[in-house]
Design a protein around this ligand. Structure first.
Ligand code: BGC
Ligand code: NOJ
Length: 815
């Protein structure tokens, strides 16, 4: 069953019923001001940091699940009936409903009793504000006398404190109302120099700023007293819950339409110019007024919307494919790239599964996210890399997370995730391959943000690599530390106390438990670092990296090969994990994917064998599960992984993030049929027809799909903010379509289903446009027989940009 459909020409997903199985959301904003918005206008907004600069309040895990948001009410003043044009919060039956989630905007349209309404929500480029462009049309034969009410609930900035510290917060709320604009200024009197404003383009019949007056005693959002009686109370919030509501009266003749613009914004004043007059407590509105005036003008709003569309044309225009598979096309061309930008922008902070108050930016996550967005915004990727490097420890280790506002390492979680440093090497490698900007390696970056400790980025990469060499365990494999990629494989934790963090509790000295996954990652990172060193003519260094990688490869053969697949790890007592000798968790996905991607076992058939084992033991029709058999009980020596009921999350769920590793591995061994089949199993667009089971949005990847041990096998959770976004995008574009950025150019090396007759790609690379047509007349899965660019034969499958922003035509013949 489906709940909508794709409109690819407009790059939109059209939701046709409001009660989707879960809130189906979109993101507003792509620079500093952000919001999440559901298909019924639920969600909230923030400036830069979802925890510390939250503009509007949101109550997570509510019932109904999604309640609270950017709401409007329409009231028919002749009958007193009122409803929400976005369905929530009144949930009044609508004669028509449609939500279009697009690139950075959401349009919700509906009609009831011949009153049509449409609201377009978006954030103009370069601004700290959001627009709700609302229009209402009377399709009746008689005139309609209507009232429109807006409604938002302000958050008192720090979302964590806002949700807990009521003894203080019920007494701090403050607002100002001036010229019909509602200003939220809680804590502005003391240490904040920012405030929020909420404005409306029309003359107001009234306003409310105190939530409980607007709603009335013991009422909810579905039946506010002000709306029911058809008249605002003009309440002025003092303490309690500051709120923003405008009341506009709209009289419409038959066929008549009225447009109303609502705008919600964030504004900062210089610390010494907060008040006007200076000795008052009144907000200085001199710099904000022109912004408000600009965006209450319909012409400016239309121009801003057009600019937003053009921005996305440019971002998505970097890579466009035309293949025989509609699902791959729309994910690569539209939604997967879009999701990659969302993960870049908000990392893992704000979604319906991330509350905005939890994690900062993960070191590991952010480096991997680069794989998905570097081609769209290389300059911002550069900045992100240098920020990440600046949090690195002198030992080469990394703070596991850093805070986006301060850009400093997060002490609460600290360091000791022993895979972390290698992702920096891989992130930088991806950046270099895309941009050819070798200068970044000489950029100075401090350690632990300590002024004076600056070293070139290249030195950071060297330390990342050496971090592992300094931390080898009894078998010569890397010590795992707190955890590796799998945050739930906590081999030094041994926790028996409820509530203890699995990730930061360490009861063992950490000198025994080892990770084969990190070993594979080390080999891969070592080869990249060698290639980078070689380009810098540091040949000795390159040799050394390769020698260490080769040594590690030997250790993997000796202690990390289990006969038919790669072992996963060794626990604190030296027993293998992910081996046939284990009772549960005999085979894990991560070491198969990582070791093969690192090139291990490609020559002697071990890679093939490992992938066949994955196919036999881990692949399901909904994707590849993380391990088998699932852990049926808690193993204190393994930690969080065994805390989940079988089939969920890291305990044998389909953890979509690492499915692409197997897909890449399959393409490396030339199996295009299977690679594409695996890709399709988790592709949300291909799963749209099983929406009732999948439940999450069909336009973005989810972190997890319940595995075969769960009663809900096939149900997705944790959509949007997941490393799956970057890895699936990278895999589809670079390994299936095989348009792969390399240090010296664009390598063309597709691995596709044998039945495909070919495909086309337009790729912008280092300022040049390549129009590539791949033909597959012999029905092969891999292998390029001939390649011609602008009439000239290319012998080595590598397109070398020649500078000057030229356009090229490339013909590729597989066979
Ligand atoms: C989740 C992991 C996640 C970790 C982050 C765990 O509860 O299962 O997927 O990486 O939390 O802190
Ligand atoms: C989600 C985390 O964000 C990521 O860092 C981790 O690798 C996976 N979970 C697996 O545990």
């Amino acid at each position: 069953m489906k709940f909508g459909h794709f409109d690819d020409s407009r790059r939109e997903y059209v939701i046709t019923q409001p009660n989707t199985p879960l809130p189906w959301i979109n993101y507003l904003g792509c620079e500093a001001y952000f919001g999440i918005i559901s298909n019924t206008a639920g969600g909230y907004s923030f400036h830069r940091d979802a925890r510390l600069r939250r503009l509007t309040r949101y109550r997570y895990n509510n019932a109904p699940f999604d309640l609270g948001g950017r709401y409007l009410y329409i009231r028919d003043n002749d009958t007193g009936q009122f409803w929400s044009p976005s369905w929530q919060p009144t949930r009044t039956r609508l004669d028509h409903y449609e939500c279009r989630h697009g690139m950075g905007y959401t349009i919700i349209a509906s009609s009831r009793r011949k009153i049509e309404a449409q609201t377009c929500y978006f954030v103009p480029m370069g601004e700290n504000l959001e627009i709700w462009k609302f229009s209402v049309t009377n399709r009746r034969r008689q005139p309609a006398r209507l009232s429109v009410f807006s409604s938002i609930e302000f958050c008192l900035w720090d979302a964590q404190d806002d949700a807990t510290n009521f003894q203080r917060n019920f007494s701090t709320g403050q607002v100002e109302i001036a010229d019909g604009v509602i200003y939220h200024k809680t804590e502005y009197r003391e240490r904040r120099n920012h405030f929020a404003w909420f404005a409306c383009s029309e003359k107001l019949a009234g306003f409310d700023t105190q939530r409980d007056t607007f709603l009335g005693a013991a009422r909810g959002w579905d039946n506010p007293a002000a709306v029911e009686r058809g008249k605002s109370f003009n309440s002025v919030a003092h303490g309690w819950a500051p709120h923003g509501s405008h009341h506009v009266k709209v009289n419409l003749g038959p066929g008549e339409t009225r447009e109303i613009i609502f705008a919600l914004g964030y504004h900062e004043n210089p610390a010494d110019q907060k008040f006007d007059p200076p000795d008052s407590q009144t907000i200085n509105k001199r710099t904000v007024k022109p912004v408000i005036a600009k965006y209450l003008d319909g012409g400016n709003v239309s121009a801003a919307f057009q600019a937003l569309r053009e921005n996305w044309d440019a971002l998505l225009g970097v890579c466009q494919v035309q293949s025989p598979d509609v699902h791959a096309n729309r994910m690569v061309n539209i939604w997967n790239a879009y999701q990659c930008m969302a993960t870049f922008n908000v990392s893992r902070s704000a979604s319906f599964y991330e509350s905005g108050i939890g994690r900062g930016l993960g070191f590991r996550d952010s480096n991997q996210d680069l794989l998905g967005f570097v081609q769209m915004v290389p300059a911002r990727a550069r900045e992100r890399i240098l920020d990440l490097a600046a949090t690195q420890l002198k030992t080469g280790g990394a703070f596991h997370q850093y805070q986006p506002l301060t850009k400093r390492g997060n002490n609460d979680i600290g360091s000791g995730f022993n895979d972390d440093p290698h992702w920096l090497i891989l992130g930088v490698a991806a950046y270099l391959k895309e941009t050819g900007d070798w200068g970044i390696l000489d950029e100075p970056a401090p350690f632990e943000n300590e002024p004076g400790s600056e070293k070139p980025l290249y030195e950071h990469l060297r330390r990342s690599f050496h971090y592992t060499l300094d931390r080898l365990g009894p078998h010569g494999l890397p010590l795992i530390g707190r955890a590796d990629w799998n945050d739930c494989l906590n081999l030094n934790c041994f926790s028996d106390t409820p509530g203890q963090s699995f990730q930061t509790t360490t009861n063992k000295d950490g000198q025994v438990a080892e990770s084969v996954f990190i070993a594979g990652l080390f080999v891969m990172a070592g080869k990249e670092l060698a290639a980078i060193a070689k380009k810098r003519r540091q040949n000795q260094e390159a040799e050394r990296c390769l020698a260490e990688a080769a040594k590690m490869e030997k250790v993997i053969y000796q202690h990390g090969w289990d006969g038919a697949w790669f072992v996963r790890a060794y626990d604190d007592s030296g027993k293998p994990i992910g081996s046939k000798v284990c009772e549960e968790g005999k085979i894990f996905i991560e070491s198969q994917g990582m070791c093969v991607m690192a090139g291990i076992g490609l020559k002697d058939g071990k890679a093939r064998l490992a992938l066949e084992s994955v196919n036999r033991h881990l692949a399901t029709r909904h994707g590849i599960v993380l391990q088998q058999p699932a852990f049926s009980k808690y193993y204190i020596e393994m930690g969080e992984i065994s805390s989940y009921p079988p089939g969920y999350k890291e305990n044998a769920g389909i953890f979509c993030h690492n499915n692409p590793w197997i897909i890449i591995a399959e393409t490396m061994t030339g199996n295009g049929n299977r690679a594409f089949d695996y890709y399709t199993r988790i592709n949300p667009s291909a799963r749209e027809r099983i929406g009732q089971l999948h439940r999450c949005e069909p336009y973005v990847f989810a972190q997890m799909i319940a595995g075969k041990d769960a009663p809900t096998h096939g149900e997705a959770k944790n959509s949007w903010l997941t490393g799956t976004a970057a890895w699936t995008y990278f895999t589809a574009t670079q390994w299936i379509f095989g348009i792969r950025s390399e240090y010296d150019g664009l390598l063309i090396d597709p691995c596709i289903p044998a039945k495909w007759k070919g495909f086309k790609v337009r790729r912008v690379f280092r300022g040049e446009t390549f129009d590539i047509e791949v033909r597959n007349p012999r029905g092969v899965m891999k292998g390029v027989r001939r390649m011609v660019m602008d009439g000239v034969e290319i012998p080595d499958q590598l397109l070398r940009p020649s500078g000057g922003g030229r356009k090229h035509n490339v013909m590729v013949e597989m066979g």
